[in-house]
Every structure is written in C-alpha cells, then in structure tokens.
Design a protein around this ligand. Structure first.
Ligand code: NCD
Ligand code: ZN
Length: 417
C-alpha cells in the first residue's frame, strides 16, 4: 500500500490524515496514521477528490484542429479534472453503435484522465443500439453540430432510456423563442436566444420526462432553475457563473446558451453558492481563433474551460465566496453520483483520484498555462489556484503543475456506482 499524507477533505471536514492506496489504485484505508509504509507527505496542503466534468467536447474524431483526446485530457488533468464525459457532436457524430465503437477504439490509450462517452440518439428506436454509451445527450435546439431533435423524438428517447436507467442530459433551449438580433454583440446574442427559451425548453422536458434520470445542462439564470421539476438535476458552467455579456470578448464569448447580464450572473452565482444547482460542468467547447475571429454572426458558439473550472472556483473558496464543501460537492461528489462512477469522494473503495492544492498559490490564467489546442481562454487574466499534484487511480499524472503522464485514462461505463 502507498500512503499519501496531507490535510484531507474527508466526510465534510478537513483534517490531517493518511490515505492508503492499493495496487488497483483504489483508496484502501483512511486513518490518522498508516504505519509501516512509505509516505508521500504533502504537508499542510489540501487533498481533495479530483474533478468530474460531465460536459466536455474534445472534438475527436473529425474536428481535431480545435482539440483532440490527448490535448483535451491533458488540459483536464492540469486543471485537476480526473474524469470527463465527452459529448457526441463530433464528426461523424455518435448517433450509431458503429460510430460509438469507432470513437472508443480511436481514443483508447490516448487519454490522460478517465473518460465516459455520450451518444446522441435521434429516435427512440436507436436507444437500444446505443446502450454502450455511458449517457445520452439530447439537443432541444440547434447548436454546434446540428443534432437537435423534435418533441416527438425527445419523448420517445426519454421513454426508451428510462427503463435502462440511462442518464439523459438535455441542452434545453426552445427555438420557438429565438429572435433575430443584428447587434453582433454578446448582449445581442443573449437577446437572440433569450432566457425564456431555456424556461420553455425545461417546461417541455418536465412534461415529457418519464421516471428515468434527467439532467439539465448549463442553466444560465434563476428563471430556468425555477422551472426545473423535482428530481431533475442541474448544472452551471464556470462561464455563466463568472462571466457576463458586458465582457469585451466579442465572439470569443459567444456560446449557447448565451452569457447573460451581470444581474443574472450574480443571481445564478448566489443560487449555486446556496446549493440550488447540483454540479459545475464546463461545456468545454473550443473553436479555433480563426473561427472566432470571423464576423460575429458567423463565428461558431462555444468556448473552452476544462482546465480553469476548479482553479477559478478554488479562488472563490479562498475568497470565502464559496464553501469548500459546496466546491467538492459540485465539482466531484455529485457529478460522480449522477453519472454513476466510483469517484468524486475520498472514501475507502473509491478510485484514488486526488488533487493536491495550496490555496496560497494564486496565479493569473494564461493560454500557455491551460495548453488548449485552440490557444485561447475566455478567462485570460483572471486568478486561479491550480493543483500542484494530481493522482489518477493513485498514479501521478501532474507534478508541480505540469502534466507528466499520458495515456493512463480508462473508459468508464457509467451507471455503476
Ligand atoms: C457547443 C459546441 O461547440 O460543441 N457549443 C456551445 O455553444 N455550447 C455545442 C453545444 O453543446 O451547444
Ligand atoms: Zn450544450
């Protein structure tokens, strides 16, 4: 058994503890002192569970000029994210069993962190052949990738997924509420795809939902949260929690659903900090600089964020605007539970996916630090706390903030813990 020592977040509290890791990379013991073993001592640094990000677009296969599995998972690791769930709007899209198997074969051995794969059923009839996917994604309106489904198909998909207990994640916008807006600004983009479109889509989802697990991706406002029915889980992205449409980002801040007003952002943050939103997920959706420099109307929607999610939120923990408990719950424990993977908590029997933090080490976010293939981040210049060391199933994958191991990531099937 290997032993990691530090100030460990265990059962809702921070205390000096030893964490024993077995050969299989599982947490085998948690005690004050585990005697007679070699110790990796992290002193007074914090040891937290690695992040679980249920919403990334690593663009592999087919769009790898934006990102690919090695680059996306490397960025995840250095930001303290040890599990990702990758979205199906690749080229080809993951809408058939063959596409899913091809993607699986293609990414195997090339991931720096553990990963789950989504599929996007287009009809209820395609649900059985996609059962090897960890979860399903449904687009209720057009966004990058053009995978939207109508209400009829959505109802069938939800009905077919429910008895399999397959998680269905919805991109909830209703195009009937979309408006033309020629302003070519982020505020204009928010008017073009307004808050009401989210509210209406969530109401549709509430109406069609059976008794299977359903999750609403990237809610941007409290009005949307208010429409979410009991039992349906929610996520917010770091960009909707920390950025608004007054930022001078031009199309680099263009995303679906859009960045909202400063007031909406603050209200969303307050709801998040108070525990009204289950998880944080990044919707890491990179596009190249060239694409984002196109005229506003033509530039694609989506922005990267997998490496900055935990660092930005840890900065808020340090500023005492977010509790450590809420942080761990939203970035690790709850997303692991929702996907059904044996991660997200420091508990005996769970995978030893751990991050080591020194909250005094506040740095400015730069494109260089996050290493995205696209070469930019909308959070440039903001402060973050990056992990010094990251363990994936007990193996160091990041040391001194630098990625040091690649290809150790394994596929997760979901619905297993
Ligand atoms: C996403 C992308 O680029 O893949 N874009 C976005 O604005 N969020 C697609 C999506 O999930 O909507
Ligand atoms: Zn989306």
């Amino acid at each position: 058994m290997r032993v990691l020592r530090g100030r460990v977040f265990y059962r809702g509290r921070v205390e000096p503890l030893d964490v024993g890791v077995d050969e299989a990379g599982k947490i085998a013991a948690i005690r004050k002192v585990i005697a007679g073993e070699e110790v990796e001592d992290h002193g007074d640094r914090l040891i937290l569970p690695g992040g679980v990000d249920l919403h990334v677009h690593f663009r592999d296969p087919g769009l790898t000029e934006k990102e690919d599995f090695p680059s996306g998972t490397r960025s995840a690791a250095l930001g303290g994210v040890t599990t990702v769930a990758d979205m199906p709007n690749t080229r080809p899209p993951v809408t058939t069993r063959d596409a899913l198997r091809e993607k699986e074969a293609r990414v195997r051995g090339r991931a720096a962190v553990d990963y789950a794969l989504y599929a996007a059923p287009r009809t209820g009839a395609s649900v059985p052949e996609l059962s090897e996917a960890a979860a399903f994604k449904v687009y209720m309106a057009e966004s990058t990738g053009g995978l939207q489904v109508g209400e009829g198909a959505l109802g069938e998909i939800l009905e077919a997924a429910a008895p399999r207990k397959k998680l269905v994640v919805a991109h909830a916008e209703d195009a009937r509420r979309f408006q033309k807006d020629e302003a070519a600004t982020l505020a204009g983009h928010s008017r073009a795809r307004p808050k009401e479109s989210e509210v209406d889509a969530i109401r549709t989802l509430a109406k069609l939902r059976g008794d299977g697990p359903v999750h609403v991706a990237h809610v941007t406002c409290v009005e949307a949260l208010d429409a979410v029915p009991e039992g349906v889980t929610t996520e917010a992205t770091p960009h909707h929690l920390l950025l608004d449409h007054t930022r001078p980002l031009k199309a680099f801040g263009k995303v679906n659903p859009p960045l909202r007003s400063p007031e909406d952002r603050q209200a969303l943050w307050d709801a998040f900090a108070a525990g009204r939103i289950d998880i944080v997920a990044t919707d890491h959706a990179p596009h190249t600089r060239e694409e984002k420099e196109e005229p506003f109307g033509e530039a694609p929607s989506g922005l990267p964020g997998v490496a900055t999610s935990l660092p930005l939120l840890l900065r808020q923990v340090r500023a005492e605007t977010l509790s450590l408990e809420r942080f761990v719950d939203a970035t690790a424990a709850r997303p692991a539970e929702i996907l059904g993977v044996p991660k997200g908590r420091i508990e005996v029997g769970r995978d030893a996916d751990l991050i080591v933090i020194d909250a005094r080490e506040v740095v400015r976010i730069t494109p260089r630090r996050v290493r995205y293939k696209c070469g930019w981040t909308p959070f440039e210049g903001m402060e973050g706390v990056f992990p010094r060391t990251v363990y994936l199933r007990g193996e160091r994958v990041v040391e001194d903030g630098e990625p040091i191991a690649e290809g150790l990531g394994r596929r997760l099937s979901g619905n297993e813990a």
